[in-house]
Design a protein around this ligand. Structure first.
Ligand SMILES: *Cc1c(COP(=O)(O)O)cnc(C)c1O
Length: 400
């Protein structure tokens, strides 16, 4: 029985583990930058590639390799490379794949730094880039009626939880000659496997659900063995966005509980989305798992649950959003997500401040919108916290 035949929760605990001569139960932490050779000839053979031996932790490390293999098994990918952050994964994948004169089509609703890479960094190197509304297939069709080299998209998107039709966009992209890269952070490998819908490269910020306890930064790129070894590997080795073995070890611990955590967070998020939808002063609840999400059917055809993030809009704009956020006692104000602790953020003044009002309007990020990352607390406590905050925010509004 190969590792690939086990179910995800089992793979998340066992896949990729190698043991040292001591036979340790848990994954060993190889906190070492270099590796010792038995002889000069072995060093030479290692550099020639005729012998398999670790050389230097910028190139590879046994703890990092366990994390990469476990994630690859979960994703159903042939190969994985871990990086220091999610942005190192996105930047490395794009820069390794593209060259001057190439063309990139991307969904507009991208994580802020991904948006910057497409709008600002790539054009500096003579790469043509075009944004489309990711939920509009006709926009993809028209942008991909001309040849392209890469497509970058995020689904569900941050913070409006828009869904991109993975299969349809992958088909259009492939016909245009493009490699499809999917930022799968919001869905996690447990809720959505983009490779199964035709994507070529899957990108993660492991900082989010994979660590899941808000401790370490990390990222990962998953794809075919041919693309990882032929396109990405030399870029990573020579530019150095390597993950620390310590962080990879923390991520391995995170993966062991990922399926439990994501399942619990999805259940709570669904419950809280329903609760919020019935509250006065809330004009819109965005949650892919709810039947009133404009792309609910599509979301459920490519994701196995609605996800761990709920976004919602308050009637009173920024003032109402700030009043609500400041009235919360349990849910903390932070721009991270996927954490065991529930976290709330006001995208217009934080994560999406720099993209400007015009682009925010295009993305549907109003001043009343807040994003809630649902954690592992008892959902009844989260509901009570939101209820008391909504009530005291309403009192504060009446007093103004
Ligand atoms: C956080 C995040 C990133 C960037 O990851 P870092 O680990 O912070 O570098 C990229 N995409 C999405 C969707 C994210 O949420």
């Amino acid at each position: 029985m190969t590792a690939r035949s086990y179910r995800p929760a089992t793979l998340a605990v066992h896949a990729g583990q190698t043991r040292s001569q001591h036979g340790e139960t848990a994954e060993a932490l190889f906190l070492t930058s270099g590796f010792v050779y038995d002889s000069a000839a072995q060093a030479e053979a290692t550099f020639l590639g005729t012998e398999q031996h670790y050389q230097y932790s910028r190139f590879g490390n046994p703890t990092v390799a366990m994390f990469e293999e476990r994630l690859a098994a979960l994703e159903g990918a042939e190969a994985c490379r871990a990086t220091a952050t999610g942005m190192a994964a996105v930047a490395s994948a794009m820069l390794a794949h593209l060259k001057a004169g190439d063309r990139v089509v991307a969904s507009r609703a991208l994580f802020g730094s991904c948006h910057w890479i497409v709008s600002t960094l790539l054009p500096k190197f003579g790469i043509e880039t075009e944004f489309v509304d990711g939920s509009d297939l006709s926009a993809w069709r028209s942008a991909l009626s001309r040849p392209a080299h890469a497509v970058l998209l995020e689904t569900p998107s941050n913070p409006c939880l828009e869904i991109v039709d993975l299969r349809a966009v992958c088909d259009l992209a492939h016909a245009a000659g493009a490699t499809v890269m999917v930022d799968n952070v919001f869905a996690t490998p447990l809720l959505q496997r983009p490779l199964a819908f035709g994507a070529d490269v899957v990108l993660y910020s492991a900082t989010k659900h994979i660590d899941g306890q808000g401790r370490c930064l990390g990222g990962a790129v998953l794809s075919s063995k041919a693309w990882i070894e032929g396109t990405l590997q030399a870029f990573l080795r020579n530019t150095g966005p390597a993950i620390s073995p310590f962080n990879a070890w923390v991520m391995l611990k995170g993966l062991e509980t990922l399926s439990l955590r994501v399942a619990a967070m999805c259940r709570s998020a669904a419950q809280i989305a329903d609760f919020l939808a019935g509250q006065p002063g809330i004009t819109r609840v965005l949650y892919p798992g709810r039947a009133d999400h404009p792309q609910h059917a599509l979301a459920m055809s490519q994701m196995s649950a609605g996800g761990t993030i709920v976004s919602f809009e308050l009637a009173g704009g920024k003032a109402a959003a700030f009043r609500l956020i400041d009235s919360l006692r349990l849910i903390r104000i932070s721009n991270n997500l996927g954490d065991a602790k529930s976290i709330i953020t006001h995208p217009a003044t934080t994560t999406h401040l720099k993209i400007g009002a015009e682009e925010r309007a295009r993305l549907g990020i109003s001043d009343g919108l807040v994003r809630l990352s649902v954690g592992l607390e008892d959902p009844a406590d989260l509901e009570e916290d939101l209820a008391q905050a909504l009530a005291s925010a309403a009192v504060a509004r009446a007093a103004e």
